[in-house]
Design a protein around this ligand. Structure first.
Ligand SMILES: CC(C)(COP(=O)(O)OP(=O)(O)OC[C@H]1O[C@@H](n2cnc3c(N)ncnc32)[C@H](O)[C@@H]1OP(=O)(O)O)[C@@H](O)C(=O)NCCC(=O)NCCS
Length: 406
């Protein structure tokens, strides 16, 4: 990867490259994320462990000084009906004395080149501010629904004749890992998990003093996995109020879902609060005797197409449709210009075109392609301009949902 340079305002000479000096990253992150002294060891541990697990750090230098940095995660994520390489951006920050000098804008443009070279088709991040990343082509993508309830509220009928075996594991066994990956290939926009992803979800760092344990609960029927919970069990020191957070709640069918709920109900003598983190299309109400204590929807991730051309061949669960889009993409000029997007027998074809039906930035198109929104809504909101040849062609919406954090 070649380093990129730019002369910015106030004449700093920016150089973009992979960062190997972890101490410089930790120092920068401490002030940018206001990491308190008591959490410094955990922050160092977390950065070191992330790099050991293959995550890469890239940053911008002004002379010898690291002025901004981000961590790149290499995921494989379900997108429409395919699983595609996705670049996850995390830990993005800049030095306090470098703010407003363009280092991060410069770094984000270079990050797109890095991701393109790495074969990432799309990029996802969890924004601190949507308008900040909106300027650079990321747009709304995935939401999280968090349902909070007391276990006693769960009311599940028996399933006579159907027997489930339930096992609680501190780390998923191969049956659980295989079950998860097969499920993730077919549902929402979940990412495939190998050891690095599982460890990231289950490792308890030294500053997470309220967490007692993490693990998975596997439900099997006739010797085969049929459901999975990923969990975090926590409690505060002077307050006997244990909370069980199910950060994965996956099942094959209604009987497996009820088996998972029976398990959660069975925790009622110990656990006071259950939090279930699920996609927005999940509903527990038929199995609750009253309203949950809380039900919140969080706007979580933003998405950006890294390479429109690399979407050629994507499987899309949609009727045949064809539309041409004139894309504006200042940060990734290879996406710019007019492209014809055609879904033919469930496969997306992407090719250059001369005449266009729609005009928009890469962000709005990314959100439409992800299924979070559609052309109709984006046109109505002024995010996409419809030209006279546009005849209402559209892609169906889906429910994007990611259960991993970065
Ligand atoms: C958010 C953050 C990364 C921006 O870094 P930065 O070094 O100021 O970024 P840049 O100088 O490249 O500026 C990027 C854009 O933000 C704008 N900007 C920067 N500081 C600003 C401020 N204080 N108020 C308004 N806009 C500002 C710039 O004008 C620029 O916009 P433009 O491209 O339209 O010109 C930095 O403030 C930071 O590290 N914050 C703490 C950590 C954090 O929240 N990270 C994000 C995690 S998702």
């Amino acid at each position: 990867m070649l380093a990129g340079t730019i002369r910015g305002r106030g004449d700093p000479v920016f150089v973009y490259r992979e960062v190997r000096d972890l101490q410089a990253v930790t120092e920068l992150a401490k002030s940018a994320f206001v990491i308190r002294r008591g959490d410094h060891t955990a922050a160092t541990e977390w950065i070191e462990r992330s790099v050991e697990q293959g995550r890469k750090l890239y940053g911008v230098y002004d002379g010898p000084t690291l002025v901004s940095v981000y961590m790149l995660y290499d995921y494989r994520m379900r997108f429409r009906s395919s699983v595609v390489p996705m670049g996850g951006i995390g830990l993005l920050c800049s030095r306090l004395d470098a703010r407003g000098k363009g280092a991060v804008r410069f770094m984000l443009a270079r990050s797109l080149e890095t991701m393109r070279e790495a074969g990432h088709v799309v990029s996802v991040l969890n924004p601190f501010d949507q308008s900040f990343y909106g300027k650079y082509g990321w747009e709304m993508f995935a939401r999280l629904q968090r349902i909070e309830l007391a276990p006693g509220l769960i009311r599940v009928p028996d399933d006579p004749g159907i027997e489930h075996k339930v096992v609680d594991l501190p780390y998923p066994d191969s049956a659980s890992c295989d079950y998860y990956n097969e499920y993730a290939q077919r549902h929402h926009t979940l990412v495939q998990r190998g050891d690095a992803e599982w460890e990231q979800r289950l490792r308890i760092f030294s500053n997470q003093s309220n967490t007692a344990t993490r693990g998975v609960v596997r439900v099997s029927r006739e010797g085969k996995a049929a459901g999975l919970i990923g969990y975090d069990l926590s409690g505060k020191p002077d307050d006997w109020h244990p909370t069980f957070t199910a950060n994965l709640f996956l099942y094959d069918d209604g009987a497996a879902k009820r088996a998972l709920l029976r398990y959660l109900k069975g925790l009622s003598h110990q656990v006071k609060t259950i939090r279930v983190e699920v996609p927005t299309d999940e509903d527990l109400w038929p199995y609750l005797s009253d309203r949950p204590v809380k039900r919140e929807i969080h706007d979580q991730f933003m998405i950006r197409v890294v390479s429109i051309e690399a979407l050629d061949g994507l499987k899309v669960d949609a009727d045949d449709v064809s539309l041409a889009v004139d894309i504006e993409d200042k940060l990734a000029p290879w996406n710019g210009g007019i492209w014809r997007l055609t879904v033919d027998a469930g496969v997306l074809r992407v090719e250059r075109a001369d005449r266009t039906d729609l005009r928009c930035g890469i962000g709005a198109l990314s959100s439409i392609l992800s299924g979070f929104t559609d052309c109709e809504e984006a046109i109505a909101a002024g995010l996409v301009e419809a030209l006279p040849s546009y005849a209402g062609q559209d892609l169906p919406r889906t429910t994007p949902f990611l259960a991993d954090y970065f």
